[in-house]
Each structure stands twice: as structure tokens, then as C-alpha cells.
Design a protein around this ligand. Structure first.
Ligand code: DC
Length: 227
């Protein structure tokens, strides 16, 4: 059986950074489920498929292949064999993805793919519904959160790194909108699993956060072996 670490939390709470570091330190496969929803959004946009054309969405999902590859420069995302790592991070795709992620058939297909990906390997999977819906029996569940202003600043820095300029108020508004949508969507809503470990990352450095979580994973690994 593989060992599964589920990391959930709102946008820019520190999930991706933590998942990347854990995967590097422990050799676990890092599955960014947000990138998977972004790939669906990109494919729909490229093929001019609208949100309410469910038959078209279904067709697109049948052709969908997503792969993650770790390289020395970080993790690359492949959509149907083409590398799309930065293309799926633009503001346009980000905005469209939050709507695409509420389509029920998209969610059920992604969850099935995510469960299959974790069948043979130890994984760190980050998203919104991993500990509650995708892997309710995950070995360790982490829920990250941070002060909203800090989350806006982190998001601005991410966009800037990607060569996109944005303004604080505009991003604050989008984050507020995504939070509302993520919490209130009918399926796959962002909800903290009762048995998750809650960590506020506002005042933590990346190193501090990684150290805390690596410690928890090692404890759990040890406990599992003693059973
Ligand atoms: O984590 P991210 O910013 O890359 O996520 C992109 C979008 O996908 C965001 O709108 C939230 C949504 N998402 C989701 O609904 N469920 C997940 N498990 C992961 C992401």
C-alpha cells in the first residue's frame, strides 16, 4: 500500500511550496490537483468548449492525459504530451479554471484519475478536497491556511514570477471570490477534514513549515510500521 499525504487549503496558503519540498525531501510523487483542473480548462479554451456544453466537455475528458515529471528545475506538467507548466498559470486560465472546477463530470473524472495515480507510489497530493473526498483514509492530512493579506502578496509574487503584472486590490478580489466559490460549491467543496492537522503558515518560513510536516510524516510512518 502506498503512503498518502493529503494537503488541502485555500489559494496561496502554501500548499504547492510545501508539496514540492516534501516530494524532494522524501522522494514522494507530487500531484498538484489544481494543475489538473487547469489542464482541463486549457483544453476547453483551446477547443472553444463552453461551460454548459456538457457533451463536449465529456468528449474532451475522454482524450485527456496528464503527466507530471520531476526535473532538476522543478516539476513539469504535460497535457496530452505537450509541456504546459507555465501556460496553465496565466490569469485568464486561473479565472476560467475556478468555473471549470465546479462542473460535476470534471470533478468525478479528476478524482478517478487522482486515485489511479496514487495506486503504486507514495504521494503528496495537494488540492481542496483531497483529505475529505479523494482520500478520506489518507495516512496524513494537513490543512494549511494563512492571513488573507499574506495570501494576496504570495499570489502577486507568483504572477510576477510568471511575467504578469497585477494589482493588489484586483488579486484580493479574485481570492475572495475563489474562497467563496470553493467553500460553497456543491461537490468537492473546500472543507477541513476533522482528522487533519491545521497549520497557519502566515508567520512560517518554507523551511519551518517543511520541518514540521516532515516530522509528522516520520512519526506516522513509524507508527504504521509498529502496527
Ligand atoms: O491550486 P490551484 O490554484 O492551482 O487550483 C486551480 C483551481 O482549481 C482553483 O480554482 C481551485 C480548483 N481546485 C479544485 O477545485 N479542487 C482541487 N482539488 C484543486 C484545485
Amino acid at each position: 500500500m502506498s503512503f498518502i499525504v493529503a494537503i488541502d487549503g485555500p489559494t496561496s496558503a502554501g500548499k504547492s511550496t510545501l508539496a514540492k519540498r516534501l516530494s524532494k525531501e522524501l522522494g514522494f510523487l507530487n500531484i498538484q490537483t489544481g494543475a489538473m483542473y487547469r489542464c482541463v480548462a486549457k483544453l476547453m479554451m483551446d477547443n472553444c468548449v463552453s461551460l454548459d456544453s456538457i457533451d463536449e466537455v465529456r468528449k474532451i475528458l475522454k482524450t485527456l492525459e496528464i503527466d507530471f515529471k520531476d526535473t532538476k528545475d522543478g516539476q513539469l506538467v504535460f497535457l496530452n504530451g505537450k509541456e504546459v507548466t507555465s501556460e496553465i498559470r496565466t490569469k485568464e486560465i486561473t479565472d476560467f479554471t475556478s468555473e471549470v472546477a465546479s462542473i460535476p463530470i470534471v470533478r468525478t473524472t479528476m478524482v478517478e484519475m487522482q486515485r489511479n495515480m496514487a495506486k503504486r507510489k507514495d504521494v503528496v497530493m495537494e488540492g481542496r478536497d483531497i483529505g475529505t473526498n479523494v482520500f478520506p483514509n489518507a495516512d496524513l492530512k494537513i490543512f494549511l491556511n494563512a492571513n488573507p493579506k499574506v495570501r494576496v502578496k504570495r499570489r502577486l509574487a507568483e504572477l510576477e514570477k510568471n511575467g504578469e503584472k497585477s494589482d493588489f486590490h484586483e488579486i484580493a478580489e479574485s481570492i475572495y471570490k475563489w474562497d467563496e466559490e470553493a467553500v460553497h460549491r456543491e461537490i468537492g467543496a473546500l472543507k477541513r477534514a476533522e482528522d487533519s492537522i491545521y497549520i497557519d503558515t502566515t508567520f512560517l518560513t518554507e523551511e519551518e513549515l517543511t520541518k514540521i510536516v516532515v516530522g509528522k510524516i516520520r512519526e506516522k510512518y513509524k507508527d504504521d510500521q509498529e502496527l
